[in-house]
Design a protein around this ligand. Structure first.
Ligand code: PDD
Length: 284
């Protein structure tokens, strides 16, 4: 049982208790961040912090997220994760504890901050080389997917659809466009061009997405940020997902149909190798 952070204290997870009137519990009224740590070093903290600040501002929670760096580092240390290849640290901030009433508490109450850290187990390179699979699901989320809100019911149902189908990932489709995964961003390769949905309110602006685009640019792979349809996705040469708990994960089969020749493609492979070289990882 790990050590978690709750309302200013570090304590064993089974001793951490949230009041029933917490608005995170009652309304999913809060935002969260998941930051990877490679050998104990937080990866792209500034970008994660900036996104959390935008999210907090977007739902009008007054909280200084800069203080979370120390919490994240302390969680890594207290859970013995400073030396593991990859860990990730979760932190959520809810609007706080107040009797149930839809509008914000007035006067405001102190936000509730909760965090935990876990090791991430990267698949072996042999497993990765086989590729993964996905199903598509209708995107039933709200129109502010750019806010990393803790309200994740559509994402939960999407991932459950993947679990029920016995596949690894779920891909959201809205108005015919294949946008992103249930907890990862989506890339496709068309004639050598790496393509991903533009940053809009309909996707989460993934930190790993930005990283993958930078890696592609460094490798001289052309990148286009444009929305693409489900039909295009099905006809793509390659499809893969990116995210903190996904890294670079190729989908070689979507909705039971092969992508390209059904094998992991050269662009995903080159990007994952570069990804590992940059974060100092090993795929074994
Ligand atoms: N999810 N899109 C969605 C809907 C996500 O939930 C996530 C991350 C991403 C990738 O973002 P990033 O590269 O910054 O991790 C894209 C986290 C990991 C989660 O919900 O657990």
């Amino acid at each position: 049982m790990g050590i978690v952070y709750l309302r200013g204290e570090y304590l064993p997870a089974d001793e951490a208790k949230v009041p029933v009137n917490d608005r995170g519990f009652l309304f999913a009224d809060g935002v969260y961040e998941v930051t990877p740590a490679y050998r104990g070093r937080l990866f792209r903290w500034d970008q994660h912090l900036a996104r959390m600040r935008r999210g907090l501002a977007g739902i009008a929670i007054d909280f200084d997220a800069a203080s979370l760096r120390e919490v994240k580092e302390e969680l890594l240390a207290r859970n013995g994760l400073t030396d593991v290849p990859v860990a990730y640290v979760y932190v959520q901030v809810s609007r706080g504890v107040a009797p149930r009433s839809h509008a914000f508490p007035d006067p405001p109450v102190a936000p509730t901050v909760y965090g935990f850290a876990n090791q991430y187990h990267r698949p072996s390179m042999d497993r990765w080389q086989q590729g993964f699979d996905a199903v598509t699901v209708p995107d039933q989320r709200w129109a502010r997917c750019d806010i990393k809100a803790i309200a994740l019911l559509p994402n939960v149902l999407a991932q459950q659809a993947a679990a029920a189908a016995g596949v690894t990932d779920a891909i959201f489709v809205r108005d015919g466009m294949a946008l992103e995964g249930s907890h990862a961003n989506l890339f496709a390769v068309f004639d050598g061009v790496l393509t991903t949905s533009p940053k809009s309110n309909y996707i989460l602006h993934g930190v790993t997405r930005d990283f993958v685009i930078e890696l592609a640019q460094g490798l001289g792979i052309p990148v286009e940020e444009r929305a693409f349809t489900l039909a295009e996705l099905q006809a793509a040469d390659e499809v893969f997902l990116s995210g903190t708990t996904t890294e670079v994960r190729p989908s070689v089969e979507v909705d039971g149909k092969k992508i390209g020749d059904g094998r992991v493609g050269p662009v995903a492979r080159a990007l994952f190798e570069e990804f590992l070289a940059t974060v100092g990882g090993s795929s074994a």
